[in-house]
Design a protein around this ligand. Structure first.
Ligand code: SF4
Ligand code: SF4
Ligand SMILES: [Zn+2]
Length: 281
């Protein structure tokens, strides 16, 4: 299996994965969304809330704020040595105290640990009128997107098969498919349609070009055909700021490896037991 990084920064990645099956590619996608732990606010103690929002809505909005999470710094609450009571290793406390008039923003959440700040400063939480105020304490804990969407580190995570575009010599260069392509990746060159250099990966596999070609009355088969490679995939991943995208990718790969190691160990343990039983028989 090979990964070719096409573009990567802290918030976005585009890469090409070659070799695995479609099932593996989907497992990888699901692991990035649901199995890489991040911090999110789970408990809120509200001392004063005279805003227009109910306490529950306020707590819900706080839960959806992405919190910067340093990998390895925290442990899940159920695996912590405190036994789930809550300590510095399994969570971060925040305070918020704002009086109106004005907007309460995510930057008003003051963390006990300065490394675990909201990933974006300017997320609006609630607008306060004159004499309204919000005073609360909150606690963020580590968990996975599989448990609740607020722990997902990704805002977008998907893949498509690598496109293959074939043009037969029946093409007369009429350009109908060029006009129809929503991604503008085709051009007519030397009397025949061709893919513009470095634009192939933008193809969405929509096949509108094939339809356009058929509408020219070319016959039973279009001159342009769209297929895809069965074990080559283009991934696009966007993070919510809680983790750099590179950490989301490596976290998901580590999760898959740990899972397969565990499965292999269990299978060999089972086959060992079966072997012993057979020997004793
Ligand atoms: S499949 Fe869609 S995006 Fe790809 S070349 Fe044809 S029209 Fe363009
Ligand atoms: S519509 Fe068909 S014939 Fe016309 S340029 Fe496209 S592939 Fe060639
Ligand atoms: Zn703890």
């Amino acid at each position: 299996m090979e990964i070719e990084i096409l573009r990567m920064d802290d918030s976005q990645a585009r890469f090409c994965l070659s070799g695995p099956s479609q099932a593996f590619a989907n497992a990888f996608r699901r692991a990035m969304i649901g199995e890489v732990p991040t911090l999110a606010i789970e408990d809120v103690r509200i001392y004063d809330n005279t805003s227009a929002l109910f306490d529950e809505m306020l707590a819900h909005r706080l839960g959806l704020i992405p919190i910067k999470t340093e990998p390895g710094l925290y442990v899940p609450q159920d695996k912590c040595s405190c036994g789930g009571e809550g300590c510095d290793r399994c969570g971060v406390a925040f305070t918020l105290s704002v009086e109106g008039p004005g907007m309460v923003y995510s930057r008003d959440l003051i963390p006990q640990d300065p490394r675990a700040v909201p990933a974006v400063d300017t997320i609006p939480i609630v607008k306060l009128g004159k004499d309204q105020k919000v005073v609360l304490e909150a606690r963020a804990v580590l968990n996975c997107g599989r448990v609740h969407a607020k722990w997902q580190p990704t805002t977008a995570c998907g893949f498509k098969n690598y496109p293959v575009i074939t043009v037969s010599n029946r093409c007369d260069g009429c350009g109908r498919c060029v006009d129809e392509c929503p991604r503008s990746i085709l051009e007519v060159r030397n009397g025949r349609v061709t893919v513009i250099e470095n634009r192939l990966e933008e193809c969405s596999l929509c096949r509108l070009c094939e339809k356009a070609c058929m509408s020219t009355g070319i016959g039973e088969e279009p001159a342009i055909t769209i297929t895809s490679e069965k074990s080559r995939f283009i991934f696009v991943v966007e993070g919510d700021g809680s983790l750099p995208v590179g950490d989301i990718i490596t976290g998901a790969l580590k999760y898959l490896k740990d899972q397969s190691d565990e499965l292999r160990a269990q299978v060999s343990e089972l086959s060992g037991v079966t072997g012993d039983e057979e020997e004793s028989d």
